[in-house]
Design a protein around this ligand. Structure first.
Ligand code: 0PR
Length: 424
């Protein structure tokens, strides 16, 4: 039986242009799979190609129906407008396929250079790694390595971990043990201590939780895991924020912690690159050997990636973003996001709305009496925000496309909506 979301997708008529933009993503679940009924097909592949002009018009119409980061209305996404240089780099490397690296030595060099930059950023020595399509692929690959190296099948993660960990466990036939969190919504180390056993293949810790931007106590988790089990850090979001926050108040979270075995960070989130660009870094080479598959007719003898044909435009985009920004560039971007986040928190606080936790990064959540009513009111004003489950709250992600003006205008509308609907 299909889960209800899928059933909804099946029954509903296709959305009309524009209509979907007015609806809140939370209020009505999105169709996740499109089922086409033959009687609804307007056209299939036509025998003759249509003129390019017409194709362009169709593409423009589709793009006009999308939301765009440049409009500074999106507070519900962890992605942002890529840097112009990353965009151009992406376009330059559309043919490259690092699944067959011998043909694309230049792209391969860019990947190695990117990994070197990341190693130094993350306090790693001799790390192995490669570009992946996103933290989902990174999490799956890390747990695949952990399962094959340890020959165990249990994964432990906090309930606050991203749902991609659940996907990974399911795919890999591993048992996921979900544990609780402390009063700051960070993985509960005491609960972890009780659960780590000789059957534990891996622990997943998060540096920048999806819902609240919190960082699990990775220093303590590392001590617990060292020489006992594989520790994977999901820094999909935090990977390009934490190194640029300045040292004050940032706990150890990267390869500085000896127990950390692998780490994933998304360049297509705060890294300012294009989608898809993410990186998986691994401390010990032996883990790669455990997932290697012979690829005899390719220029590589073995493949150690989940994907065969590998996106390589994202490699160039990540390289371009990191080279052109440098530490200083990222520091400025992160500082601006944090200023805007603090401004929103300050205005909300003045109106009596406290965040769930003091934001460490540019993600903040406000617990409200009727979260969805406030979300709808903001939606009607053109602001896109999402919601958190744990606790139920309005989730605001303040990405680099948000200007100071947009943040101030959003804060006013947020306060007004909260006064009217949110029980303050
Ligand atoms: N780990 C963490 C901590 C994440 O936040 C995410 C994605 C992932 C893993 C998975 O990363 P990929 O989706 O890159 O494989 N977090 C966002 C989320 O689920 C992804 C996202 C981004 C969703 C932009 C929507 C959007 O508009 O919310």
């Amino acid at each position: 039986m299909w889960p209800s979301r899928f059933r909804t997708a099946r029954r509903e008529a296709p959305l009309r242009a524009h209509e979907h933009l007015l609806r809140s993503s939370r209020v009505r679940p999105w169709p996740v799979v499109t089922f086409l009924r033959p009687d609804r097909l307007r056209r299939g592949v036509q025998d003759r190609g249509v003129p390019a002009k017409r194709v362009w018009r169709e593409l423009r119409e589709a793009s006009d129906d999308d939301l765009h980061f440049r409009d500074a209305r999106i507070f519900g996404s962890m992605c942002t407008e890529p840097l112009p240089i990353a965009r151009r780099a992406h376009g330059m490397f559309l043919e490259a396929n690092l699944g067959n690296p011998g043909y694309y030595k230049g792209t391969w060099r860019l990947e190695r250079e990117t990994l070197k930059m990341l190693s130094s950023l993350l306090h790693g020595m001799n790390l192995g790694g490669f570009t992946v399509s996103g933290a989902t692929e990174g999490n799956i690959t890390a747990l695949w390595m952990a399962r094959n190296t340890t020959r165990r099948r249990t994964v432990i993660a906090a309930k606050t971990a991203h749902f991609s960990v659940r996907k990974a466990a399911d795919l890999l036939g591993m048992r996921l043990v979900e544990i609780g969190y402390d009063e700051d919504y960070r993985l509960d180390v005491d609960a972890l201590r009780k659960k780590v056993t000789k059957d534990t293949a891996a622990v997943v810790a998060v540096a920048g939780t999806t819902e609240l931007g919190q960082v699990d106590p990775i220093g303590e988790i590392g001590e617990l895991c060292e020489d006992r089990t594989f520790l994977h850090v999901d820094a999909a979001f935090g990977g390009f924020v934490l190194p640029f926050l300045g040292d004050a108040g940032v706990p150890r979270w990267d390869f500085q912690v000896p127990g950390v075995s692998s780490l994933v960070l998304d360049a297509h989130k705060m890294g300012m690159a294009t989608i898809p660009a993410s990186h998986l870094l691994v401390r010990e080479a032996k883990h790669f050997a455990k997932i290697a598959v012979e690829s005899p007719y390719l220029t590589s003898v073995y493949q150690t990636s989940l994907l065969g044909t590998r996106n390589s435009a994202g490699v160039a985009a990540a390289y371009a973003a990191m080279r052109s920004l440098g530490r200083e560039g990222y520091q400025k971007i992160v500082a601006r996001c944090m200023r805007n986040t603090r401004l929103i928190v300050k205005r909300a606080r003045e109106a009596g709305v406290e965040p769930v936790v003091e934001p460490m990064m540019n993600v903040v959540a406000f617990p409200l009496d009727d979260v969805e009513a406030v979300q709808r009111a903001l939606d009607a004003k053109g602001w896109k925000v999402s919601t958190a489950r744990n606790p139920p709250a309005l989730r605001v992600v303040v990405m680099p496309h948000i200007t100071a003006r947009a943040a101030a205008a959003f804060a006013e509308d947020l306060v007004a909506a909260c006064r009217k609907l949110g029980g303050i």
